[in-house]
Design a binder for this molecule. Sequence first.
Ligand code: PMP
Length: 302
Amino acid sequence: MANYYTEHTVLWLNGSFVKATEAKMDLYSQSLHYGYSVFEGIRSYKTGSGVTRIFKATEHFDRLQQSAKALNLPYHWNTADLVAITYELLQRNNLQDAYIRPVVYAPANMSFAENKESFLFIEAWEMQPFLGDKLLSVMTSSFQRPNPKGFKITAKAAGHYVNSILASQEAKAAGFDEALLTDMYGFVAEGPGANIFYEKDGQLFTPSTGNILPGITRATVIELCNDFGIKLWEKQITLEELKKADAVFYCGTAAEVVGWKNLDDTFFPMPWERSVSKIIQDAYKFKVTEKAYRTEPAGLAG
Ligand code: PMP
């Protein structure tokens, strides 16, 4: 397991910076017992100029607020304040390339009733630099994503992640790196913690919103497609169709853009280095680190 904190680490808890080793939460919290909390996964990067930048901080804290609202968790914070607090948190912990985890949670309450207040903490830990561009070996999961008629699936709610944990553990136990989950109708949905795109004949395809978490990285990839004039389709995707792809990738705040080697026993034929997907992967890296993207997108024409 990663080392998330030391005796020197501080986190932000309900208005003050406290030592991680001294922070307390109520074991009677409704959040712990029922998975009833919302959270974010955010990254900061040491940029080309040496300055630390939180990538799409506003979008992430806005989504935290929307997630809380979707679950009826009272929310009295504002995004600009939380962004400023998070920059201070990074500074106090001497972090640049970091993973940032805010969590909104409920007070002591063993019933299912609504609460009058919520609490918030923000943690941050060092993100290890990404080593190499290993392609993922992916297994079609026996688990489907939560039914949108049973959950508010556009919210980043803790309870949904039991589904992610089950799918991930199943895939790893079977010798794969990752799982791919379908939606309630059997269409391709997403990974346990990432959205999916596939490439065919120089165009990109991704599942429409409705049965997925519409990721902030997914939105960034769509922006990059627009910038580069790469044709992008949002549609329902079958597993059979996906298996005929030239290349496939997952994208998410933590994973960034990561290519696939195979899905079950289907290996994707296009050399990653020659794919349009690789252009997106590189452009994403440049975008988050605010470095100029100088490479001509030469592979685009064919
Ligand atoms: N889908 C799921 C289920 C996720 O947990 C995540 C990670 N938050 C994503 C997609 C990607 O979202 P984002 O790009 O906002 O990190």
